[in-house]
Each structure stands twice: as C-alpha cells, then as structure tokens.
Design a protein around this ligand. Structure first.
Ligand SMILES: [Zn+2]
Length: 306
C-alpha cells in the first residue's frame, strides 16, 4: 500500500486549481461585487486541497509511529507468511498494517471491547491480501463492527446465523469470537480473509464473484474455473467447504481463505485454482518445506458466512 496515490492527490489538486481559480476569476470580473470576494477562490482551493491530502496525511502520521513489539509478536504467532518473510518484507507488512489501521474505524457492539488484537486481526488480513500487490487498495475507509457472538440478518442476536458480513458501501460486521478462531489455526477457515475478499468484489458495487482487480482478459477462464470447481464441491470431491458452492462470490471468498491458510494442500488438490490465485494475489504463500498442520475434521464444516 502507498501513503499517497499520485492519481488521487492529483485529482484534488487539479480540481482545487480549476474551481478555486474559477471562483476567483468570476468574483474579480463580475460587476458590482467587491474585489475581496475573489478570496473565496483561495478558500475553495485550500479546502479541496485539504480534502485531497487528508488521507495521505493520516497515513503518513501512522507509518511514522514505532510498531509495537506486542503487535510484532502477534503477527509472528498468527500469520505464517509474515513469520517467514525477510526483514524488508516484514517491515512492509507492518507499514501496511499501520496504514490500514489509520484508514479503518472500529466499534464494539453490546459491550465488546475493541482490543488491539481485534484491530490487528482485521489489519493483518488486509495486509496479507495486499502483500503481493503493493499498488492495490481495498476500500477499508469504513467501520468494522464486532459483535459478541453470531448475529442475524437484522444484526441482532435474535437469529444467530452469521460470523461475518460485508455490505457494498456499509460496515463490515464480525463476531469477535469468530475473528479469534479465524487466526487461531491455519485450517482453511478465516472469517476476516473471507469478508475482506468480498471487498475485492464490491469494488464494482455488486458481488459477482469476479474480483474487480482481475485482468479483464482472464474473466472468461476464471468463470470457467469457478464452474468446474463448484461441480467438484457439489460432488464432495473438493477441499473447499460446501458453502463455496453457494455462488461465485462465496466461491472466491472461501477459495481465498484456503489459499492463504492451506496453500500447499490447495496446490496439490486444486492446482489450476492455486495457480490462478497465485497470479491474482501475486504471491505464493506455501511454506518452503510444504508442511502445513492438518486441521481437525470439524473445522471444515460449512459455516454460514456472507
Ligand atoms: Zn461470504
């Protein structure tokens, strides 16, 4: 991730010049207006430039802070790719975590305390998805809500159904215990990676299971791959849990979880899917010795995640 994207800062700079200059010119040339009204142009210029620089400024301040050693320990224990990375890559990962924490807002619901662990759980997931693609961004400038347990469609605990849920332009909602479970074991189940993967879909405003950052030339082969893999799931011949067969969007989200949590097994059992995701995320998350902890059977049970 980058602190500032030249295209977005440049957009506001050009807008500031055009609008600010326009207002100043109109005020200066209009008959009957006192000359001092031209200063409104300068105000508009400063306001627009300020809006453009707000996010880069927030990120810049965040990355200048020292990275807490307790956070470093947490990443070492919970994110294998970070633990294996060299010093430069680890530093980049930590910087991404700081940027994400600067962008996102976190709230606890019904007494849930927003701990560093919960915030770090979200930031580590996003940093992992973006690690191979330093130029990519996820739309993380939103609120992440933590519930004390499962929640239903109306976000109350009346219909305890979901561990995670994401809205195209609204909040991302998690059950706090599910977040902790997600990082506790590398068993191919991680609600954070699941919901954040949906955000790649939502960048084009609806979840169609075709990640918005997929090279347009690859869409056809991706769709065919999803169809083939979904048929395997329905026949019980896939390592992806059945929930992945719900639709293409859920397939992508579940495949992302398995790709990052059980990459060696995925590369052996579903080589085409593994290669496609390696190309998409621009990294190979397999440990060099190919060793992955084999998960207990119950963790592969379908969960109703959105
Ligand atoms: Zn989902």
């Amino acid at each position: 991730m980058r602190v500032a994207h030249p295209s977005s800062v440049g957009f506001y700079a050009v807008l500031a010049v055009i609008l600010g200059g326009g207002i100043a010119a109109i005020a200066a040339m209009a008959e009957g207006l006192p000359l001092w009204t031209a200063w409104f142009g300068l105000v508009a210029f400063a306001l627009l430039l300020g809006i453009g620089l707000r996010r880069p400024g927030r990120r810049w301040r965040a990355v200048r802070r020292p990275f807490p050693s307790a956070w470093r320990d947490w990443l070492h224990t919970h994110v294998p790719l970070y633990a294996r990375a060299d010093e430069a890559d680890r530093a980049r990962f930590e910087r991404d975590v700081q940027i994400i924490l600067a962008d996102a807002r976190f709230e606890g619901v019904d007494g849930v305390e927003v701990t560093d662990e919960l915030r770090l759980s979200v930031a580590a997931g996003a940093a992992l998805l973006l690690h191979g693609r330093p130029d990519w961004e996820l739309p993380l400038d939103r609120t992440f809500l933590f519930y004390p347990g499962h929640f239903g469609d109306d976000y109350t605990a009346l219909e305890p159904d979901y561990d995670g849920m994401v809205h195209p332009q609204g909040p991302v909602i998690f059950s706090a215990p599910a977040v902790r479970r997600g990082w506790a074991r590398t068993d191919g189940s991680n609600v954070i990676l699941h919901e954040l993967a949906h955000l790649f879909d939502f960048e084009d405003l609806y979840a169609d299971g075709v990640p918005s950052l997929l090279d347009p030339g690859s869409v056809e082969s991706w769709t065919a791959l999803v169809k083939r893999e979904t048929a395997l799931i329905r026949r019980g011949q896939s390592m992806l849990r059945r929930y992945a067969a719900t639709n293409a969007a859920e397939f992508f989200a579940v495949a992302t979880e398995v790709f990052f949590e059980r990459p060696s097994a995925l590369s052996q059992r579903h080589p085409a899917l593994f290669e496609t995701l390696t190309a998409l995320y621009a990294l190979d998350p397999r440990p060099p010795d190919g060793e992955e902890a084999t998960p207990p059977a119950e963790s592969l049970m379908a969960r109703r995640w959105r």
